[in-house]
Design a protein around this ligand. Structure first.
Ligand code: FDA
Length: 324
């Protein structure tokens, strides 16, 4: 590791720590000038604090021809009432989306998994019922490997009642090809990501060409099993690999990227005729989300500083529209 990489690693570790410190978060919230400044930086990745902000960003993207996923940001909720409130917020989101073919994504730990597995299942069933009548897809995110078994158990139980539920699988975990096989061959909705969490080396592979190969093999396997697959990455090597292997030709795969990250790449793929979905987030937990986005790609710190100092509105949307 050279000097620059060592500093990037320190920044990443520090931001991950800062994101988890409730005292820092409440200091930011209670310090208006700091809160406003950081919220400007978060504007690159988060549509706003309210559901209406999420809807507005998703609608603009839909008007420009993108499919969307929406997430009310939150995770590791340790209070039953807050889990119930998050479920209610998501139910309202689903109801308002209506028959739009949109997708709502969430962490099971936002709706009870950190308290009790069965609480998350019960909240999920409420969401699934609402989503089924609104023809909205629900998508479960994948969290740390310590939770993988419980998340998959909840998913398997729920999807047998509501096939409109999808699951996210992390290519970096060594177990994932078995998990994919265990989902079986009934057509399901699967999102493949590299994996955002720091995992012990005995469970997971780090970022490398071998991980990219494994990622593409998982996508291929999922398509062959008849699943609909979201190729959720910003990595051009994987995206080009998927195109070269013809994985988009079956009509059962799409690209999916986080709002505000590499919008010019989304625009390029969309202009080339590939289906692209943008994952839009909103909510009060933007501070946590901002820390994660910078931690996973430290050069985003430069953008954050520029956005904080700029007089112009932070508006990632424009970059999604490709001018001929
Ligand atoms: P990688 O991290 O190797 O980055 C490849 C290239 O993409 C970088 O060199 C850079 O050019 C660009 N890039 C990546 N991140 C960037 C950033 N923040 N800002 C700017 N450029 C960036 N994870 C998880 O564990 N559970 C989950 O449920 C989900 N859900 C999810 C949904 C969707 C729609 C996406 C796109 C991603 C997730 N993730 C996730 C996150 C995922 O695991 C992974 O951490 C990120 O996508 C970053 O990895 P990449 O595949 O982009 O590759």
């Amino acid at each position: 590791m050279n000097h620059e990489q060592a500093w990037e690693q320190r920044l990443t570790d520090t931001l991950k720590m800062v994101a988890r410190r409730p005292d820092i978060k409440s200091y930011v919230e209670q310090t208006p000038w700091l809160n406003n400044l950081l919220q400007r930086a978060a504007g690159q990745y988060v549509a706003g604090e309210n559901r209406q902000d999420g809807h507005a960003a998703a609608r603009r993207l839909a008007d420009a021809g993108y499919k969307t996923s929406l997430e009310y940001i939150g995770e590791n909720t340790a209070d039953v009432k807050m889990c119930q409130a998050a479920t209610e917020e998501m139910k309202s989101l689903i109801r308002e989306l209506g028959v739009s073919g949109d997708r709502v994504s969430f962490d099971l730990s936002h709706i009870g998994l950190s308290i009790e597995t069965d609480l998350a299942y019960r909240q999920l069933m409420k969401l699934a019922e609402e989503a089924q009548s609104a023809s909205v897809e629900l998508f479960i995110s994948m969290e740390e490997s310590a939770k993988t078994d419980r998340i998959l158990d909840v998913y398997r139980k729920a999807v047998s009642h509501y096939p409109n539920i999808g699951i996210t699988l992390q290519a970096h975990l060594n177990r994932t090809s078995q998990d994919l096989a265990a989902i079986g061959d009934s057509p399901r909705r699967i999102r493949i990501v590299k994996g955002a969490y720091q995992e012990p080396t005995e469970y997971a592979m780090s970022r490398s060409a071998a991980l990219d190969e494994r990622y593409l093999a998982l996508v291929q396997d999922a398509i062959q099993r008849g699943h609909r697959v979201s190729i959720a990455t910003h990595d051009e090597r994987i995206i080009n690999g998927a195109i070269t292997l013809g994985l988009l030709d079956s009509g059962s795969a799409e690209f999916e990227m986080l709002y505000g990250i590499r919008p010019e790449l989304s625009a390029k793929l969309q202009a080339a005729g590939y289906p692209v979905r943008i994952y839009v987030t909103y909510g009060h937990e933007w501070f946590l989300y901002l820390c994660h986005r910078i931690a996973e790609y430290p050069p985003n710190l430069y953008r954050a500083v520029v956005d904080m100092a700029s007089d112009e509105a932070v508006e990632p949307y424009r970059a999604y529209i490709r001018t001929p």
